[in-house]
Design a protein around this ligand. Structure first.
Ligand code: ZN
Length: 405
């Protein structure tokens, strides 16, 4: 038996004019999974905890985020395919424009001209005995990795997240020598980077073309790389992931899933859903467990766009679920649909509301006929914790081991 786990980011919601987007959407395929399967609600991290997409996915994959979550930086780095070693400190960077020491544009006008070249000019520098690995990421973004002995991720951001401010000095967030030393290295990097970028010919060309120079790097979300037991080893199954958004790709890589890239899978509402569904179906040929992530539902939620969320759910129903229910070998594949957290339209941010789950496979079917928050609350599974979901999937796909004699 194989498993296909489909997670629609931020899909859970609260009522707007008496309905949630899931309740308002026309979604016969979601409903079929609920009707023919078993349903319930999931608290992905814990009741009352509003999780980020990183901690919630770790929990759903069976990794305790309280133990193994070491900050967003390393996950973003892995998402951009930057290889990390144990003890590396990774931060998320932005190319920015600074004038007279003051930030003029936090994203250097969002123009990518010359950024590859500028990134190369910062890659490989040594600060004391710490090596800097610098990579351009999506758009104006970058990944900065500090590699050396005795580093700490307990350092503050240099990005003030405000135009008109000075770049902040990183400071140690605890009393350790490691944090003090790392903050000093981050500050030296910021200073050196400004000097190198300011005089770089790519920036002179940018200015000539009427663009803002990308003459500074702002950093945030430091984290330290701490490898975990890989998914395959932990569960004895081969796993693959189809995802478009960098952070979730990073989570999947951090647990050692095979990443499958799909053209046009961009982590936005206009993503290539059909391509992702095809890729997930194909991955089932040579994997026991396939994870398919869809981000668009969260994006529209952060915009507070009820109609957009409803439409996104309807697109997933038509372009992903209809295809999967038609083409997958349903006798030998357990299909699970759920979300990583709720992002209520009215809040425009993540909340702790539990999310609906439906499992289609060799299950004890309940009386629930629709896939939405209030219907699934009446399901047979009741309220489950995210950390228990993998055990349930392993059991339903005959991969679990007997506990006891
Ligand atoms: Zn979100």
């Amino acid at each position: 038996m194989k498993a296909l786990l489909i997670i629609c980011d931020g899909m859970g919601d609260r009522l707007t004019n008496g309905k949630t987007p899931l309740e308002a959407a026309k979604k016969p395929n979601f409903d079929r999974i609920a009707r023919d399967g078993v349903t319930g609600l999931v608290h992905t991290v814990a009741p009352g905890v509003a999780p980020g997409s990183d901690t919630s996915h770790l929990a759903l994959f069976g990794y305790d985020p309280c133990e193994c979550y070491k900050g967003r930086g390393p996950l973003e780095a892995l998402g951009e395919n930057v290889k990390l070693e144990k003890g590396d400190v990774a931060i998320r960077g932005n190319f920015a424009t600074v004038e007279g020491g003051v930030i003029k544009d936090r994203r250097a006008g969002r123009d990518e001209y010359g950024l590859d070249e500028l990134a190369k000019s910062l890659d490989g520098m040594l600060i004391d005995d710490v090596k800097v690995i610098f990579r351009k990421a999506t758009g104006h973004r970058a990944i900065v990795v500090f590699r050396g002995k005795g580093l700490s991720a307990k350092v503050s951001d240099t990005d003030p997240e405000e135009v008109g401010s000075h770049i902040k000095s990183s400071i140690a967030l605890d009393n350790s020598q490691e944090a003090k030393r790392t903050a000093m290295i981050v500050n030296k990097f910021t200073e050196k980077a400004c000097k190198i970028l300011d005089g770089h010919k790519a920036n002179k060309e940018r200015v000539k073309m009427g663009q803002l120079p990308a003459n500074a790097v702002l950093g945030r979300s430091a984290g330290i790389s701490e490898p975990v037991v890989p998914f395959g080893e932990k569960y004895g199954i081969r796993a693959a992931a189809v995802a478009g958004v960098t952070l979730v790709k990073g989570v999947c890589r951090s647990v050692g899933m095979d990443m499958i890239s799909v053209e046009g899978a961009n982590g936005h509402r206009d993503t290539n859903l059909k391509g992702k569904a095809d890729a997930a179906l194909k991955a089932l040929d040579d994997h026991d467990f396939v994870f398919l992530h869809i981000k668009g539902t969260d994006e529209v939620s952060h915009d507070g766009d009820f109609e957009g969320k409803k439409r996104m759910i309807e697109r997933i129903d038509k372009e992903v679920l209809e295809k999967i229910l038609k083409k997958a070998d349903l006798k030998n594949t357990t299909i699970i649909v759920t979300a990583d957290h709720s992002t209520p339209i009215g809040l425009k941010r993540h909340s702790a509301d539990p999310v609906p789950i439906a499992i289609l496979g060799d299950v004890l079917t309940d009386d629930v006929k629709k896939f939405d928050e209030r219907s699934c609350a009446k399901g047979y599974l009741g309220h489950i914790m995210g950390r228990d979901m993998m055990n349930m999937i392993l059991d339903l796909t005959n991969h679990s081991k007997l506990f006891g004699g």
